[in-house]
Design a protein around this ligand. Structure first.
Ligand SMILES: [Zn+2]
Ligand SMILES: [Zn+2]
Length: 185
């Protein structure tokens, strides 16, 4: 700027409005090689970072966001939101810290899910465990469990948690033989 007086080449760096998001995403992409950091909780734990990239939150923070979206309250105000997800992000982090990240049914881990290379309905590679609502539609701390995408889809609205546990061992054995194949490949 000081040399020619023209600022044309620098105008793209200043975008009013959603500039905060733009800056965070670009910092994320340029800095990801040296250090990733969740924009939700600030964790730098690489075990909680999406391998697929492009998601600036950790598995826990993004999982919370997904619950908000699934509860159909995303566009509503915070007061309404609080009723559908009955705990805060901080409480969810505390819950996550005392509940190991393993699918409550087939016992798969995030890492194994990634290795299986399963695609979700929108074509994305599945990696982070989601949340199952065990007994009711309620997102409350005594009604949630880690659950993989395939188990969540299999259970759907059709099987109870108890019924799902009947078929879970079969799924577990399928994953184990696939993972053994991945390890050999
Ligand atoms: Zn986070
Ligand atoms: Zn599972």
């Amino acid at each position: 700027m000081s040399a020619g007086g023209s600022t044309v080449t620098t105008t793209t760096e200043v975008i009013p409005g959603v500039v905060g998001v733009e800056i965070i995403l670009s910092e994320q992409s340029t800095a990801e090689v040296k250090q990733w950091r969740c924009i939700g909780c600030g964790t730098k734990d690489p075990k909680l970072a999406y391998k697929s990239g492009g998601i600036p939150r950790c598995y826990i923070c993004q999982g919370y966001k997904n619950m908000e979206i699934n509860s159909g309250q995303k566009a509503k105000k915070l007061a309404a939101l609080a009723r559908s997800v009955e705990f805060t992000l901080e409480e969810f982090h505390a819950w996550a810290a005392s509940n190991p990240r393993v699918c409550t049914y087939c016992e798969i881990t995030d890492e194994e899910l990634w290795l299986l290379d399963l695609k979700t309905a929108n074509g994305k590679r599945n990696e982070a465990l989601g949340i199952d609502r065990i007994k009711s539609d309620l997102y409350s701390l005594d009604n949630i469990a880690w659950c993989c995408y395939p188990c969540n889809r299999a259970k759907g609205n059709y099987l109870s948690s108890e019924e799902m546990r009947i078929i879970a061992p079969a799924l577990k054995s399928i994953w184990q033989s696939r993972l053994a194949g991945v390890a050999r490949a």
